[in-house]
Design a protein around this ligand. Structure first.
Ligand SMILES: [Fe+2]
Length: 522
């Protein structure tokens, strides 16, 4: 007999298929003023610590800027508990944190002194109201030997484009770590009759109130809440957390960099308030540090990058483009200028220091976009997309050269942004089909966001032999089972983003063997 494992939103919410969430009961939820409408999350796992997060928001989409989330502008004490059992009978640490109005009553508990590679459960309470119970896990110690890590990555979850079933299916896989690679929210609004759901306020986010409400709306999604309650995360942003295709202080359709920095400060602040990030990541105005290194024993180092905040202005971007094409051709020599950087020179230097000091068996570079060269033959001319790494080929060449020259062990680049699955070889010379791969690259489609035109891209892919796999018609995420000798990769897809109870399946599997760069179909 074949047991068909049907994961529906209803069954997960009832806990039938989610034993990890010990109690889906939400005391007080039915009564007015339940403060945990945004669920909870945990992030930044280290060998001895984790950052549990929640935000009090009895009215998550409150339009009143003086009462964000429906909270009065005074600090509110929140009790937190962490236990080493799923029923929370053995509470090992507890305390009270102030949810402060200047941070939209968010709570970021910075726990230290925990055991490495251990499961923990946590919850928050305010008065009689208790949050759900979340599961989290610390990283193994840097000096330990670990035989396996199951992690996953996701990006591009446009609420208007569909339901977050992909997040629900990922939660059921119980990964030890989830990486969000950007476009966790979208700032824009759609007028399309094809949209499945509508963004709060019906306006593009531009200030702290609207960014807060957009983040809050996403966090009310039950599938996203399930995922955050199931596993710890690491999160970086891409452009849509602020505005489409921005670069540092230059934004599309936005002529005034100083005014854009005010907007960027609001967006970065709201991101911090809604993510399980430590105080060290709190923005200072328009500046924030989200890049960093996270070691998981001798098995893998994750190098998280920020490809937006410090990048050079887009090549041949002469001002507000008003929808002009972002494909540039040989008439744009600026694209090749080695003084231009995708990461900014300071972050590049930091990254190459990490390459030199790396000792893990695998090195996963977690960043926003596709790194491999993607020549696009438009109207007979070779063109490149100026907004991703293809707009910064000298910076890409520097990074790949450093990977080779430092002998970085088993580099794997992961990314999103392009709303398609890709499996690629990263090479120093993309024009030479015989040139060896320096690193592997895996790009993880989108949770919901609509993909680029399939037929057009398939034709272009033929001119890029280092691209081993491409699919833009399916939405999903990527699951990774990592061992010292091999990385097993599953491109996971949902059947239909317009169906809140959509099923999921595996589209394609790949393997990266240690010592042999380049993903191979499995
Ligand atoms: Fe996106």
């Amino acid at each position: 007999m074949v047991l068909r494992r049907t994961l529906t939103r209803r069954s997960l919410l009832l806990g039938a298929a989610a034993g990890f969430v010990a109690s889906r009961a939400r005391p007080g939820r039915a009564s007015a003023g339940y403060p945990f409408t945004l669920g909870l999350a945990s992030g930044n796992p280290t060998a001895d610590g984790i950052v549990p997060w929640t935000r009090l928001a009895p009215e998550p989409l409150s339009p009143d800027p003086s009462h964000p989330g429906g909270m009065a502008p005074i600090a509110a004490p929140v009790r937190w508990e962490i236990a080493d059992d799923p029923a929370m009978r053995r509470v090992i640490r507890q305390g009270v944190a102030d949810a402060e109005p200047q941070f939209a009553h968010s709570v970021h508990v910075e726990l230290a002194g925990l055991e490495p590679a251990r499961d923990y459960w946590y919850r928050f309470t305010v008065g009689d109201a208790a949050s759900p119970i979340g599961h989290t896990r610390t990283a193994p110690s840097r000096t330990a030997t670990t035989g396996r890590l199951r992690f996953a990555f996701a990006s591009c979850a446009n609420y208007e484009h569909g339901y977050f079933s992909a997040y629900r299916h990922l939660a059921a896989e119980m990964p030890e770590l989830v990486l969000f690679l950007g476009d966790y929210i979208y700032e824009s609004v759609s007028q399309s009759p094809r949209r499945v759901r509508s963004h709060s306020d019906g306006v593009e986010t531009t200030d702290l109130r609207t960014y807060r409400n957009r983040h809050a709306q996403y966090k009310t999604d039950p599938d996203l809440q399930l995922l955050h309650a199931a596993a710890p995360c690491l999160a970086i942003w891409d452009d849509h957390e602020v505005q489409n295709d921005y670069a540092d202080r230059w934004a599309v359709n936005f002529a005034d960099p100083a005014a854009f920095l005010v907007r960027r400060a609001a967006a970065y602040r709201a991101f911090w308030e809604h993510m399980p990030l430590p105080r060290s990541a709190l923005p200072n105005g328009p500046d924030a540090t989200i890049h960093g290194r996270f070691d998981f024993s001798d098995l893998v180092s994750f190098l998280l990058l920020d490809g937006r905040q410090y990048r050079s202005r887009l090549a041949c971007d002469t001002g507000p483009r008003g929808g002009a094409k972002q494909l540039v051709d040989a008439a744009c020599p600026e694209r090749l200028d080695p003084r231009r950087s995708y990461l900014g020179m300071a972050q590049e230097a930091w990254l190459y220091d990490q390459f030199r000091s790396g000792s893990a068996g695998w090195n996963v570079v977690a960043q926003q976009q596709m790194m491999t060269e993607f020549k696009q033959l438009e109207s007979g001319a070779v063109t490149h997309w100026s907004d991703d790494w293809n707009g910064y080929p000298a910076a890409r060449h520097r990074l790949l050269s450093q990977m080779r020259d430092t002998g970085l062990a088993n580099p794997v680049v992961i990314g999103g942004d392009i709303h398609s699955f890709f499996a690629n070889d990263l090479k120093l010379d993309f024009d030479d089909p015989r040139a060896p791969a320096i690193a592997s690259e895996l790009i993880g489609s989108s949770i919901t966001s609509v993909g680029p035109p399939h037929g057009k891209f398939v034709a272009w892919v033929a001119d890029n032999p280092h691209i081993r796999f491409f699919e833009s018609r399916r939405r999903g995420y990527v699951s990774v089972d990592l061992r010292p000798s091999r990385m097993e990769v599953a491109f996971r897809v949902v059947a239909n983003v317009r169906d809140a109870d959509s099923d999921a399946a595996t589209l394609q599997r790949f393997v990266v063997e240690a010592g042999r760069p380049g993903p191979l179909p499995a």
